[in-house]
Design a binder for this molecule. Structure first.
Ligand code: BTN
Length: 259
């Protein structure tokens, strides 16, 4: 009998090394060299971990989880940003099912436990002309992280800090890959997020909360009203107008703290 929680192709081949510059960069190098979809790059430590919007991602402690999966979806590039939400959903589901913690999602791609960030996701894509050549989905989970810089101490936490016990990183990796594989297949089938929208919105930490949207063109405030089938966040402004917020260069913040 096939165990539905175990991935079949996602992570069938895993390159696990003590140290990499960035698992996203390693996955992109392999993508350029024709590596198969589903290959996973897992590093105990990253020397140049990358975060969103050009930031770096703290990756010096070996008891966290840093990995990237290489994907070659047959979709148009405009749909690739939905992969971030597919991965966020998979991580939240895996954490909930594996640990019992009430993991939530801060749109589009942070996983939050007890109001603090435990995971960030960075998806990148490579085009071949106008065609999507490959995507990489990189995940950084604070599993046993002990050190937090002063400016993020009240915004970040780790799974072990929340649980009060050790977590097996490989078990967590497999749990995420299993849930991602199923979500990814559903996503490729319907080419939208209708299959996860209801649960994603239930787990959305921003839901019905006042948020500030920071776009390159300016800022505005409103109340978050969940995601659409294509992954945009709906924000109802004071004048009653509902804005669709597209992931990318946008940042959505709570008015009273991180969430
Ligand atoms: C964020 O800014 O929240 C996204 C952080 C993504 C970090 C992960 S760690 C594994 C993978 N490799 C990287 O260099 N970045 C991603």
């Amino acid at each position: 009998m096939v165990n539905k929680e175990m991935p079949l192709w996602a992570g069938k081949k895993i390159l696990h090394e003590k140290q990499m510059d960035s698992t996203n960069v390693a996955a992109k190098r392999a993508g350029n060299e024709g590596a198969d979809a589903g290959m996973v790059f897992w590093a105990d430590v990253q020397t140049a971990g990358k975060g969103r919007r050009g930031r770096s991602w703290y990756s010096y402690e070996a008891d966290n989880l840093y990995f990237t999966i290489l994907l070659r979806p047959s979709i148009t590039p405009d749909k690739a940003s939905m992969l971030t939400l597919v991965m966020a959903y998979a991580v939240a589901k895996a954490v909930r099912e594996l640990t019992g913690l009430e993991a939530q999602i801060k749109w589009p791609n942070d996983i939050v436990v007890a109001g603090k960030k435990i995971c960030g996701i960075l998806c990148e894509m490579k085009l071949d002309g106008t065609r999507l050549d490959y995507c990489v989905a990189g995940v950084g989970v604070n599993v046993g992280r002990q050190e937090f810089a002063e400016d993020i101490r009240d915004k970040a936490t780790s799974l072990e800090e929340q649980l009060g016990r050790k977590i097996d990183r490989e078990g967590l990796l497999q749990a995420i890959l299993g849930r991602f594989e199923r979500g990814y297949e559903e996503f490729l089938h319907c080419e939208d997020l209708s299959f996860l929208r209801e649960e994603y919105n239930e787990w959305l930490v921003n839901q019905n909360r006042q948020v500030r949207v920071l776009e390159p063109q300016g800022e505005y405030e409103g109340v978050a009203k969940g995601i659409t089938n294509t992954g945009e966040l709906l924000v109802e402004c004071v004048d009653g107008q509902v804005q669709k917020v597209y992931a990318g260069e946008v940042s959505v913040r709570g008015l009273y703290g991180y969430v």
